[in-house]
Design a protein. Structure first.
Length: 184
């Protein structure tokens, strides 16, 4: 029985007929074969990578949701401020600057009746947008400051404090402005 001959200088398992297989007395393995260091990624490495990608995605979605929520909140606040400033400008013009000013001594409180704001019982013709309400109060100058009581016949400045409320978000904003008797 003839036994195959082996190359004594080559490591066990190396094929001496392939010059790539023997390099300085060491066995060199091909990628993808047993004993190779380049075997691919392990299951744990893949799970860690997927977990990191998933957490990054969740963080980005959370950031986008916060930005969208903040945008909606900002839009409500900006609209609320716009409604209130529009009312203040409109009321000032209507009370003291129109051809027949509405300014009255000891005018009663500004109210919001069916989305119509009134001053001294007279509608200002300012329609409050749907989703908002405006209410307010008037203080009268008594010589040293503004007070809630009025001296009959006083034609001094009146401090109107208006509050606008969003019925959607519940946010409230307050603004004070002064009106004067244009004939005084």
């Amino acid at each position: 029985m003839n036994l195959p001959t082996t190359n004594e200088s080559a490591p066990i398992g190396a094929d001496a007929s392939h010059p790539d297989e023997v390099l300085a007395g060491r066995q060199r393995t091909r990628p993808g074969t047993a004993g190779s260091r380049d075997r691919g990624d392990t299951l744990i490495e893949i799970l860690v990578a997927v977990s990191v990608i998933g957490m990054t995605g969740v963080a980005l979605l959370g950031a986008f949701a916060s930005a969208i929520g903040g945008s909606v909140s900002y839009r409500h606040a900006a609209t609320l401020e716009l409604v209130l400033k529009d009312f203040a400008e409109f009321a000032t013009v209507r009370i003291q600057s129109t051809p027949s000013p509405l300014f009255q001594s000891c005018a009663p409180v500004v109210t919001n009746d069916s989305h119509q704001v009134t001053y001294a019982g007279t509608p200002l013709a300012f329609t409050v947008p749907t989703g908002y309400t405006i209410s307010g109060s008037i203080a009268y100058l008594n010589g040293t400051g503004f007070t809630s009581t009025c001296t009959p016949g006083s034609l001094g400045p009146q401090l109107i404090t208006a509050s606008a409320t969003s019925t959607v978000s519940g946010a409230t904003l307050t603004l004070s402005f002064v009106v004067i008797d244009p004939g005084h």
